[in-house]
Design a protein around this ligand. Sequence first.
Ligand code: A2R
Length: 319
Amino acid sequence: MAKLDLLVVSPSLTDRMQDALAEKFTLHWLAKEADQQSWLAENGAKFAHVLTDGHWGVKPDIMQHLPNVKVISCYGVGYDNIDAADCAARGVVVTHTPNVLNAEVANTAILLWLATARRLVRDDAFVRSGAWLNGGAPLTRSVENRKVGILGLGRIGEDLAQRLAIFSPEISYHSRNEKPGVSYRYYPKLIDMARDVDVMFCITPGGAATHHIVNRDVMEALGPDGTLINVGRGTAVDEAEMVKALQDGRLGNAGLDVFEAEPKVPEALFAMDHVTLLPHVGSATVETRMAMGDLSVNNLLQFLTDGTTISPVPECQNL
Ligand code: A2R
């Protein structure tokens, strides 16, 4: 049987994903086209199936050339770079990879908190530079018995809350809606939670609703001894204000896996040892990326079989 055409928006895929897709699809790599807009104008109409990731999404300049698209599979849980509401209105199913990455992203959040509080990077450099020969490293701050606020107690946030239990924290959370059946304290206002906690974990989706939700006032409420950990989306934090607050000591510390204009990171952060930086690797282990890859591929394959998908985004669940 002739293979179907698959538009791949991500510049790369794992070998395992390519092998699984190759049985049914001919892969067309958008990133290999020198003039993507002209190529899409000529070829876009032939694609009913699209594979992308959370970073690249399917932005309007691509979407406008896909009049016949039926399904978009996103390799990642965040899909803020795809207009899912518009897709749903057009009958286009968007899928993503929830749950299979909860543990990994929660672990990354804890890693960032421990590394930041205990100055892992600073003290590693301290040993390597030979500075230890002249005396011990300065003291750090404990992660035990802290007041912890979770901004976004969703799938990942709940997993994080459970994993944090070994540090005997007092956990609270903020989201738009109070979660039924949850014992953690709910704050209807983010700023009130920020004022009360020692560390705030940000695990919300990106997009307009959360844009700069962590603003200057929230960071000042977190305060000079407070720590901000962000593993959700860079756009949720006002990055310019965060840099200033960290410089002035109005915000104590930060552990960041995500940034507003990735892979660009404000250079002012590079010299700060009260900040720990990661290159958006929250889910980036071999095991978890394999699970995400399998789910992204299987969403497409199931769609070919019976028109349904395993994990459509909420906007597309009734299609
Ligand atoms: O607001 P709610 O009740 O829908 O709670 C969700 C919360 N959230 C928000 N909180 C405050 N203000 C907002 N504007 C807002 N929008 C959403 O974020 C919920 O507690 C949480 C998202 O949870 P899930 O949808 O289960 O997402 P998951 O799988 O935990 O992943 C979170 C994000 C992804 O979208 C990627 O951006 C990143 O983590 O990997």
